[in-house]
Design a protein around this ligand. Structure first.
Ligand code: OGA
Ligand code: MN
Length: 294
């Protein structure tokens, strides 16, 4: 079967068929996926019934793994290997997380528009999310095109954001939802990192806005002014015309480029319906502050 890419919206998202993610893929196939990602920012690969091992092997084609994504969970309590971000609503024993479960509280942050691991000095490149058990009512994942968001800023705002640097931390995104139960060692490991607000894609040279719910400050700005501005930018960036809404089918494998998109999950009845989603993630080339300065 030959590889085919069909766009899902005018800006963002495409369906990719003709690749079996459960088998080793060729360098030409890796290059084709990367070219598809550079163009569409989100690729949906339907019908990929894969194991955790297969998902890891597939992910390794696209860079170094980002590990330790489950920052608010101790390793001993993990349901999946630490190379996975467990974005399910399941506990270690396979039961649904209770309403006041700490991991559930923290994971509600995924309902806010964000870019994965923007709170790390070297943020994420690709996120690869496998829909093992999907929901039909609610639980869509939405993706916003941050290239289109940048392109459509007026000239004055473009000039203003060009050199701005933001502070990102998991603490900031959780705080927005009123979650502030961080342990002392978490407060240290979640110290804010700096990211440029405008980043340039290393291959296409396209600029995009690097926005995320993890932003809690703009360097040199009074905080309320910074947060009001970030809200405006997020509102602009997530207009429906820049968004692809993914409705899950079981065994969809969805890949997104965190350098050029934001995403969020929509509400669903997570106390009563199982949603088993498993994410692997690769690292980008380096800190955005250094990249833009270079
Ligand atoms: C993620 C995430 C979205 C979802 O995996 O990074 O934000 O649909 N999840 O669960
Ligand atoms: Mn995410």
């Amino acid at each position: 079967m030959s590889l085919a890419i069909t766009p899902l919206t005018p800006h963002i998202g495409a369906r990719l068929t003709g690749i079996d993610a459960g088998r080793p893929i060729t360098p030409a196939e890796v290059a084709a996926v990367e070219a598809g990602m550079d163009r569409h920012a989100v690729l949906v690969l339907p019908g990929q019934a894969i194991t955790d091992g297969q998902q890891l092997a597939f992910t390794r084609n696209f860079g170094l793994l980002e590990e330790g994504a489950n920052s608010t969970v101790r390793n001993a309590e993990l349901r999946l290997a630490p190379t996975f971000a467990d974005v399910s609503n399941l506990d270690r024993d396979g039961t649904m997380l209770a309403r006041d479960n700490r991991r559930r509280m923290a994971s509600l942050g995924n309902r806010l528009w964000h870019s994965d691991a923007s709170f790390r000095a070297v943020p994420a490149r690709y996120s690869i999310l496998s829909g093992r058990i999907v929901t039909t009512e609610g639980g869509n994942t939405e993706f916003a095109d941050m290239r289109a968001a940048y392109d459509t800023l007026d000239a004055r705002t473009k000039a203003e954001v060009e050199t701005l640097v933001c502070e990102h931390s998991l603490i900031y995104s959780r705080q927005q939802l009123g979650f502030s139960e961080f342990l002392p060692d978490e407060r240290v490991s979640m110290r804010p990192v700096l990211q440029r607000l405008v980043r340039t894609h290393p291959v296409t040279g396209h600029k995009s806005l690097f926005l995320s719910a993890h932003i809690g400050a703009i360097v040199g700005w009074p905080r309320p002014e910074a947060m009001a501005f970030i809200r405006d930018l997020i509102e602009h960036a997530t207009q429906p015309k820049f968004v692809y809404v993914h409705r899950w089918t079981q065994h969809d494998l969805v890949i997104w480029d965190n350098r050029t998109t934001m995403h969020r999950v929509r509400r669903f009845d997570d106390l009563n319906i199982v949603r088993d989603m498993r994410r692997t993630t690769t690292r980008s080339d380096g800190p955005t502050v250094a990249q833009e300065a270079a």
